[in-house]
Design a protein around this ligand. Structure first.
Ligand SMILES: Cc1cc2nc3c(=O)[nH]c(=O)nc-3n(C[C@H](O)[C@H](O)[C@H](O)COP(=O)(O)OP(=O)(O)OC[C@H]3O[C@@H](n4cnc5c(N)ncnc54)[C@H](O)[C@@H]3O)c2cc1C
Length: 144
C-alpha cells in the first residue's frame, strides 16, 4: 500500500491491521486502535479525492487491570535506551537516536507520554542525562 492508503488496485483503499504501509525504514504494519482509527480516516479522505500522506508518530495504549500501558514513536534498532526511575507502579523508558527522542514506553505515566509525544513530533534535541533524572521535569525539555 502507498502512503495515501491506496492498494495495488488504485480504486481500492485499505487501512488498519490488514495492511503494510510506508513507515520509518520501510513497509510496516501497526496493530492498535489509534492507528486503525487515524489510518481509516486518512484512507476515507483519500478515497473521496484528498491526497493525505499518512505519516504517523505511532502510539498505542492498553489498560491491564490497574496498569495503563502506553507507547509512542518508532523504535530504532541502534537507539540508546534510557530508564527514568519512578515510584512504585510507574515506569518509563526512552529511546534516543541522533540526539532526539524516537520512542517512549511507559506504565501509568500518561502525562509524561503526552510530553514525550511532543518531543518526538517536534524532533527537539534531548539530553539523556536529564531524561534519566526524575527530578528534572520533562515539560522543561519542550522549551529548548
Ligand atoms: C485480544 C486483543 C486485544 C487487543 N488489545 C488492544 C489494546 O489494548 N489496545 C490497542 O490499541 N489495540 C488492541 N488490540 C488491537 C486492535 O483491536 C486492532 O489493532 C484494531 O481493532 C484493528 O482495527 P481494524 O479496523 O484494522 O480491524 P478489525 O477491528 O479486525 O476489523 C476488521 C473487521 O472486518 C471484518 N471482516 C473480516 N473479513 C471480512 C470480510 N471478508 N467481509 C466483511 N467483513 C470482514 C471483521 O469481522 C472485523 O469486524 C487488541 C487486539 C486483540 C485481538
Amino acid at each position: 500500500m502507498d502512503a495515501q492508503c491506496r492498494t495495488s488496485d488504485p480504486a481500492i483503499f485499505a487501512a488498519g491491521d490488514c495492511v503494510r504501509f510506508p513507515g520509518r525504514g520501510g513497509l510496516v504494519r501497526l496493530e492498535n486502535w489509534i492507528h486503525a482509527q487515524d489510518h481509516g480516516a486518512s484512507a476515507g479522505r483519500n478515497a473521496a479525492g484528498a491526497r493525505d500522506e499518512y505519516a504517523p508518530v505511532p502510539s498505542f495504549w492498553s489498560e491491564q487491570y490497574d496498569l495503563y500501558l502506553q507507547g509512542v514513536g518508532w523504535p530504532v534498532a541502534d537507539a540508546a535506551r534510557v530508564h527514568r526511575p519512578l515510584d512504585a507502579n510507574r515506569a518509563i523508558v526512552f529511546e534516543v537516536h541522533d540526539g532526539c527522542l524516537t520512542y517512549a514506553m511507559g506504565i501509568n505515566v500518561q502525562r509524561d507520554l503526552a510530553i514525550a509525544r511532543r518531543l518526538i513530533e517536534r524532533r527537539i534535541p534531548v539530553d539523556p542525562e536529564a531524561l534519566a533524572d526524575a527530578g528534572r521535569p520533562l515539560a522543561a525539555m519542550l522549551k529548548r
